[in-house]
Design a protein around this ligand. Structure first.
Ligand SMILES: Cc1cc2nc3c(=O)[nH]c(=O)nc-3n(C[C@H](O)[C@H](O)[C@H](O)COP(=O)(O)O)c2cc1C
Length: 454
């Protein structure tokens, strides 16, 4: 698919996730995607949601949150705002001063404190304001030739669908693509994503539709594309603790042109490809943090030979061995506990680089531990220790005590991770919000403050 003028040979998107998709995590996922294919860009890796107002008011924390993954050829930022002027101005700053090269606008947040004020997932109901934001965004991004996409839901509830109007308005405004989280706002993250809605939207609009919701394995993504005809896929919770899903998916989508060994080895910041890693049996990170001041060297884990991240293979005739889902060898490329440990170590290194100090980095890493080791038989003591880790040296000590040969727990495949929750009995909205499709006298001031998530 194309993202504006940029060709996306591998149409995969890391879904923005507040508190998760910082520069370090985006890079980890990008490295995996690049490992799985020979093309760049190997996907679009979007930062967590940033408020447009935070940019126009030049709040330090906002700029820290949108820190780039400097080697990513696409600098993708998700913005949220309810005022067209503020959104336009934020885009001018982001693209003009910070070099942002893709803007995604968030219209999917189900959080009551946001929807109660007319923001997030209930905003597309007000067609005039929704259209004004999209037009202002495209106008502001145009001088920089930066594509603008939107991310939205099916509707507020089953009686109040918004996706078709949103698609039509997006087309008219010059939006480059629309990501559909195939749930309604009242579903929040509960129940199943309704992929049939993605197929309906694909039929209804001429711009690329990116399907989102309940992709837990690379094979789910391939199936979503086949079943719905969507141009690309956006993956959120499925990559929590499993960044290698991008490797498998990039490999599957590039099958045919994928060959090992590849020039990917020579790209900066990319892990060894499968062949070279297996040849020398070493987990080598080209950009080691050993030399950073104040950072302890990765002693124990990297001295264990557990870092041969097995890449996917294309067999003669094009058959893939990317894991059980693609009909490859029985265990395919499911990582052992040791390989997961190497991934965790890499994640830790990238976080240290991102935050500039180990304490912050480890605090961020701790929330990922349960996802990484879900289903492995770690035992309570090690799990507890991982949840409290406070330095790289401590992390190495704990990782070295794991049973590194333990095989990946296959029962965890296709199992949901991260937010689930229950449906809302009622979506919080301003009084009489649903009676008209125009903004009329509603005041959205306050709807874009204090906002997080989608
Ligand atoms: C922890 C978390 C944070 C999220 N933050 C955002 C966000 O900042 N912006 C956004 O558009 N969606 C956000 N989402 C929604 C995801 O991008 C995605 O639409 C949703 O999780 C469904 O996709 P999935 O089934 O692949 O996870 C968040 C989801 C989670 C679980």
């Amino acid at each position: 698919m194309n993202l504006g003028e940029t060709s996306l040979p591998i149409p995969i998107f890391l879904a923005p996730m507040a508190g998760v998709t910082n520069a370090a995590y985006r890079r980890l996922c990008r490295e995996q995607a690049e490992l799985g294919c020979e093309q760049r860009p190997a996907g679009v890796f979007t930062c967590e949601m940033i408020t447009a107002r935070g940019i126009t008011e030049r709040i330090d924390k906002t700029f820290a949150m949108m820190a780039p993954d400097v080697e990513d050829p696409i600098y993708s930022v998700q913005l949220y705002g309810t005022d067209p002027l503020v959104v336009g101005k934020a885009i001018s700053i982001a693209c003009g001063e910070y070099g942002v090269s893709h803007i995604d606008l968030n219209f999917g947040c189900p959080v009551p404190k946001v929807t109660r004020r007319g923001g997030g997932g209930v905003l597309p109901w007000k067609l005039d304001r929704f259209a004004a934001i999209l037009h202002a965004a495209v106008r502001a991004a145009e001088p920089f030739r930066v594509p603008v996409t939107i991310k939205t839901r099916i509707g507020i509830d089953n009686e109040h669908l918004t996706m078709f109007d949103a698609g039509r308005i997006a087309e008219q405004a010059g939006i480059a693509g629309i990501t559909l989280h195939a749930r309604t706002v009242d579903q929040a993250y509960s129940g199943k994503a309704r992929w049939e809605a993605i197929a309906e939207l694909v039929q209804d609009v001429s711009i690329p539709v990116i399907g989102n919701g309940d992709i837990w394995e690379a094979s789910d993504a391939v199936r979503m594309m086949a079943e719905t005809g969507c141009a690309g896929v956006s993956i959120g919770r499925g990559v929590l603790g499993r960044p290698w899903l991008f490797r498998d998916l990039a490999s599957a989508l590039s099958a045919g042109s994928y060959a090992l060994p590849g020039s990917i080895d020579r790209l900066p910041g990319v892990l060894h490809s499968a062949s070279s890693a297996q040849d020398d049996g070493v987990d080598s990170f080209p950009e080691s943090i050993d030399r950073l001041p104040g950072v302890s060297p990765p002693h124990k884990v990297s001295s264990l030979r557990c870092g041969t991240l097995r890449g996917p293979r294309v067999l003669p005739g094009g058959r893939m061995t990317t894991g059980v889902e693609f009909g490859g060898e029985p265990r395919g490329n499911l990582p052992s506990c040791g390989e997961v440990a190497v991934m965790v170590r890499r994640h830790a290194e990238l976080l240290v680089i991102h935050f500039g100090d180990e304490r912050h980095a480890m605090a961020d890493l701790r929330k990922h531990m349960a996802w990484y080791f879900k289903g492995f038989s770690l035992g309570g003591e090690l799990r507890y220790a991982l949840g409290l880790v406070s330095s790289l040296a401590e992390l190495d000590d704990i990782l070295a005590r794991l049973d590194l040969d333990e095989e990946f727990p296959e029962k965890e495949l296709h199992s949901p991770r991260g937010r689930q929750g229950s449906p809302r009995t009622k979506v919080a909205m301003p009084y009489n919000w649903l009676t008209s499709r125009t903004l009329d006298n509603f005041d959205l001031t306050g709807a874009d403050l204090d906002t997080s998530g989608g």
